[in-house]
Design a protein around this ligand. Structure first.
Ligand SMILES: Cc1ncc(COP(=O)(O)O)c(C=O)c1O
Length: 392
């Protein structure tokens, strides 16, 4: 819990504003504009536009629709009929919201081509180049959900530039590293993207939901794509500058002032405070990983060396340690994480996610972002797994 963000929530809950026109939400509208401007600066664009949305999934959907609109602007009036089949490329490690967006927007999930990734979960640029069809969008991921991998943005941007393709970077999870001078290199090349999804509600801990879609275009593309010019809200003969009525850039009508949570927190902590938050989260992941134990402690086996805060590992309980590597071993190991999870939940000692992933049997995924978590908590986590699984 970030307390500044919580205070911001108390304020917005009490005021109950809706951010569509300047007349009803002057301050929150300006706050959103200021925050978007700052986020754009961190991406490295000289100018741009953006909108806060209820979730990174929605930001991805916005980006997909925007890229399609840029590709064939007549779609806004004419709809899908008369259009050729459109395809988009995303890595096989991309967030599942890409599939959802494709089905929601009438593109179809079969038209999302999944590009192969390497053993660390990063998109392989040569595989992207190899694809035969011409897409209207390439989606790269900066900080994949499960493995925390960063696609090679610069190389992908080269390909997109050569072929004139819209590059969207889903930095919902990894975007916060932009704030850290130490870790922003993970997103090297992000300034070459046409759009970026970034969730301050993840690593920066702004209250849920706090997510922005940022767009490099500054010619009003967002508004052209989404506006419906409702006369009862967006009158053009108001006494003030109506360019401040930014609500028509959104697919929503009523919209919460989510940017305020980020604004207040940013004002209170400063960029340095946010940077410390990111550095601390990544240092804790490192602690869990190297300083200690997973590498050295019996039974813990890393999936891969993490790039970000996602520490993925198996716990091999005593009874499986002497077993030969083979299908039976993996089948048995697959059942271990759900049992440990059940035990930790019933005991009420902690919560830790697990999942199978691309042929890999159930493994734990440890992601720590809270500044309240200490090294002792990390030790506890490993001790507790051992304790819960000692009879397995
Ligand atoms: C890479 C990535 N993109 C998008 C999302 C979706 O964000 P939200 O939960 O805000 O819709 C997530 C969430 O985990 C994510 O990890």
């Amino acid at each position: 819990m970030d307390y500044y963000s919580l205070v911001a929530r108390f304020i917005t809950e009490a005021l109950n504003p809706s951010v569509y026109t300047y007349e009803v939400s002057p301050v929150f509208l300006l706050v959103e504009e200021a925050v978007i401007k700052k986020m754009i600066e961190f991406i490295g664009w000289e100018e741009g536009d953006g909108i806060f949305n209820p979730g990174g999934s929605v930001s991805n959907m916005y980006a997909m629709n925007l890229a399609r609109y840029k590709f064939c602007p007549e779609i806004k009036e004419k709809g899908l009929s008369g259009l050729p089949r459109l395809v988009l490329f995303a890595s096989e490690e991309c967030h599942y919201s890409m599939k959802k967006a494709a089905s929601f927007l009438g593109i179809g999930t079969e038209n999302v081509y999944f590009i192969k990734t390497d053993e660390r979960g990063k998109m392989i640029p040569e595989e992207l180049e190899k694809q035969g069809s011409a897409p209207f969008l390439v989606c790269a991921t900066a900080g994949t959900t499960v493995l925390g991998a960063f696609d090679p943005l610069d190389k992908i941007a080269d390909i997109c530039e050569n072929h004139g393709l819209w590059l969207h970077v889903d930095a919902s999870w990894g975007g916060s590293a932009l704030i850290s001078r130490k870790h922003r290199r993970l997103l090297h090349g992000i300034h070459r993207a046409d759009s970026v999804a970034w969730n301050p509600h993840k690593m920066l801990l702004a209250g849920i939901q706090c997510c922005a879609l940022l767009v490099k275009d500054n010619s009003g593309l967002l508004k052209k794509c989404y506006s419906a010019e409702a006369a009862y809200l967006f009158q053009q003969d108001k006494f003030y500058d109506v360019s401040y009525d930014t609500g028509d850039k959104s697919i929503q009508c009523s919209r919460r002032p989510d940017a305020f949570k980020f604004w207040l927190m940013w004002k209170a902590l400063g960029t340095t405070g946010l940077e410390e938050r990111v550095n601390r989260a990544l240092a804790l992941a490192r602690y869990c990983l190297t300083v200690l134990k997973i590498k050295k402690r019996e039974g813990f086996q890393l999936l891969l060396e993490p790039e970000y805060a996602n520490v993925c590992f198996w716990y091999i309980p005593p009874s499986l340690r002497k077993m030969e590597d083979g299908p039976e071993f993996w089948e048995k190991l697959h059942q271990v994480a759900p049992i440990i999870k059940e035990r930790m939940m019933k005991k009420g000692s902690m919560m830790l996610g697990y999942q199978p992933h691309w042929g890999k049997v159930n493994f734990f995924r440890q992601v720590v972002i809270s500044p309240q978590v200490s090294r002792e908590d990390m030790d506890f986590l490993l001790d507790e797994i051992e304790l819960l699984a000692k009879d397995l």
